[in-house]
Design a protein around this ligand. Sequence first.
Ligand SMILES: NC(=O)c1ccc[n+]([C@@H]2O[C@H](COP(=O)([O-])OP(=O)(O)OC[C@H]3O[C@@H](n4cnc5c(N)ncnc54)[C@H](O)[C@@H]3O)[C@@H](O)[C@H]2O)c1
Length: 278
Amino acid sequence: MQSCAVVGSGRMGAGIAHALLLTGASVTVIEATQELGEAGRERVAALVNDSAVRETLTQAVSEVLARLTCGVGAQAAAGSDLVVEAVPEDPALKVSVLADIEAVVDQTCMIATNTSSISVTELAAALDRPERFIGLHFFNPVPASALVEIVVGVQTSNASVDAARAVVDSMGKTAIVVRDSPGFASSRLGVLLGLEAIRMVEEGVASPADIDAAMTLGYKHPMGPLRLTDLVGLDVRLGVAEYLAAVLGDRFSPPQLMRDMVARGELGKKSGRGFYDW
Ligand SMILES: NC(=O)c1ccc[n+]([C@@H]2O[C@H](COP(=O)([O-])OP(=O)(O)OC[C@H]3O[C@@H](n4cnc5c(N)ncnc54)[C@H](O)[C@@H]3O)[C@@H](O)[C@H]2O)c1
């Protein structure tokens, strides 16, 4: 994948563009306006500079930045080998962006979405070449995350899965391959653990710190499920839990304590209070 484009250069798109640049590819970050494109380019450049400071960059900063450009609209993706879509989590927006991209790229171009929850198969319905469409679910912050979930839609071809694996390998990250299903592998397991931990607080089984210690010290998790919920944001997790409960069943139903905390504005780190004081 020598020529890549990333559509949407916010938190995730900038990180994905940075990861692609480090593979040696040329990368165009695409936004809806020139001003937003320039801002996105600056975000990616800042990540490149950070990796130089942390001495994880094996090439000169100037050489890497020479391969980074920004563009406006789908047309800027023409000629790409790989386009990764990272616009906000809005199905209608993603469908329209993906269809616009497919209309301008070559038949051989692979198109990926970084959606964290929308069905890859459903997004593929808007495309003429669904076999070349796949989910590449990166984690936040991208430079510090070792994992990428490759999400395989019903019509995604094996060749596309192999190509996606090669891209993730070339980034020095580890790929797991997941059939397109709600919550993929990561959110489905992670959110369920978090919900059960909240139910345990609700039932007075133990304090948040002790429940977290059960997982960090007892099971060697790097972080307890309640501290992680505070970091992600209770409101964000509530939204994911409601979606998973609707599609996978009651085991994902949000506990009343979670709803009450969100209603009180206790959203975790971003509001200063959640299961912990921040
Ligand atoms: N933030 C996370 O922790 C995280 C983790 C994994 C996956 N994701 C997924 O990644 C995607 C992006 O999330 P984010 O946190 O980077 O959002 P963000 O809001 O930081 O960035 C989205 C970017 O898309 C741009 N954009 C909007 N409409 C556009 C258009 N029509 N054409 C081009 N660019 C457009 C915006 O200007 C913005 O820069 C979402 O699908 C999200 O679910 C997010």
